[in-house]
Design a protein around this ligand. Structure first.
Ligand code: PLP
Length: 420
């Protein structure tokens, strides 16, 4: 038992087993090349705040209107997070309580949809997210899902086709947003389509929130009725979600988050979101987000030069997809081989993929984490060489060991969490 300084026993034990596991994970994060487009290294200030005593407080409700006593300080935490979120995204209302991106989406659905209503969203195979209509997700179970695909030639969103589908389906909600789409999403075009058919528009900026905050990707705020985001991807904050809307929707959204879909807010995480919003307002974040895209474009071009087929031919954001079909490789085989050499990315379906999501024809590559480490164009060239070499020599364990050494050396040159 651990005792506090007045000798009262705190309900805690020295959990050496878990500490060892955490140490192992820290070592893994420090020694591998992380190219998962949705992952990042959050700051030590964010981590410290998440690990704070705010986790002890129950605060169902909203600032000034809680179901529990003792929320004076907690209210300050949430008010600060909301104020910073609005400042960062230039909005007049935000809800920072969603525990995750899916929770944020779910609250929006609850706010304007009834069971059986129609949603028009991007096909999952073409880049959409599970929470936009997968048949096992509540969207797929409780709503009538219509999907738009990317164009077969350009592999980009065909807005004329989206409009055509919207006119046929007459959805109550259109979703613009994706998990694996490497191009700019034109929210204004989606707005026009939504207006033409009388639908609400929700922009899910989970992936690009940091790029929007940094001013290097167009914003959906002020265009979409609802913008949902995660705070842990390009935004580089704690794991969590948020919703931005015009303040005329504040009552509807707040009710849908609590008590609609969640209980007590995670106040330690909300505090950490406030820290990440402050960090994202720093001029250095603009440079960071610009560098993410520069690195993404450079790595994408390198892979193209090495004769890999890039879905849609390129990238405008932090990620891109490689189609491995002509290499006689599946995404599963490639991602496993790369992982064994210490290069961590994910297998990913590509547009019109014939393979199932557990196998896939592609891999997704993202640059937010390596950019946080300070890597630049030169390192992207090295990473491209290592990916190419690994995929060409994946059955030679000595070759994989060689790459693994190079990965460790490169990661070691760009240390994260030095103080830990
Ligand atoms: C577009 C999009 N929306 C929502 C989510 C879900 O976020 P979370 O995992 O925080 O629920 C993701 C996660 O990858 C995503 O890509």
């Amino acid at each position: 038992m651990i005792k506090d300084n007045r000798n009262h026993t705190l309900a805690a034990v020295a959990d050496t087993e878990m500490q060892q596991i955490l140490k192992n994970e820290l070592e893994r994060q420090k020694s591998q090349i992380i190219l998962i487009a949705s992952e990042n290294f959050t700051s030590q200030e964010v981590i410290r705040t998440m690990g704070s005593i705010l986790t002890n407080k129950y605060a169902e409700g909203y600032p000034g209107d809680r179901y529990y006593e003792g929320c004076r300080v907690i209210d300050e935490v949430e008010e600060l997070a909301i104020k910073r979120c609005n400042e960062l995204f230039n909005s007049n209302f935000s809800n920072v309580q969603p525990h995750s991106g899916v929770q944020a989406n779910t609250a929006v659905f609850l706010s304007v949809l009834n069971c059986g209503d129609k949603i028009l969203s991007m096909n999952l195979r073409d880049g959409g997210h599970l929470s936009h209509g997968h048949k096992q997700n509540l969207t797929g179970r409780y709503f009538d899902i219509f999907t738009y695909s990317v164009d077969t030639e350009t592999e980009m969103i065909d807005y004329e086709n989206v409009k055509k589908l919207a006119k046929i389906a007459k959805p109550k909600l259109i979703i613009a947003g994706a998990s694996s789409y490497s191009r700019i999403i034109d929210y204004s075009k989606f707005r026009e389509i939504a207006d033409e058919v009388g639908a609400f528009l929700m922009a899910d900026i989970a992936h690009v929130a940091g790029l929007i905050a940094g001013g290097v990707y167009p914003t959906s705020v002020g265009i979409a009725d609802f913008t949902t985001a995660t705070t842990h991807k390009t935004l580089r904050g704690p794991r969590g979600g948020l919703i931005i809307a015009d303040k005329k929707y504040s009552g509807l959204i707040n009710k849908s988050v609590f008590p609609g879909t969640q209980g007590g807010p995670l106040m330690h995480v909300i505090a950490a979101k406030a820290v990440c919003f402050l960090e994202a307002m720093d001029p250095s974040f603009k440079t960071y987000s610009k560098n993410i895209i520069e690195n993404s474009k450079a790595l994408c071009q390198d892979m193209k030069d090495k004769s890999y087929r890039i879905v849609s031919g390129g990238t405008d954001n932090h990620l891109f997809l490689i189609d491995l079909t002509d290499k006689n490789l599946t995404g599963y085989e490639a991602s496993e081989a790369l992982a064994s050499a210490g290069i961590i990315l994910n297998k990913n379906v590509i547009p019109y993929d014939q393979l199932n999501p557990n196998i896939t024809s592609g891999i997704r590559i993202g640059t937010p984490a390596v950019t946080t480490q300070g890597m630049g164009i030169e390192e992207m060239h090295l990473i491209a060489d290592m990916i190419d070499f690994t995929l060409k020599n994946m059955h030679h364990s000595s070759a994989l060991k060689d790459v693994s050494k190079k990965v460790k050396a490169l990661a070691g040159d760009f240390p994260v969490y030095s103080g830990m």
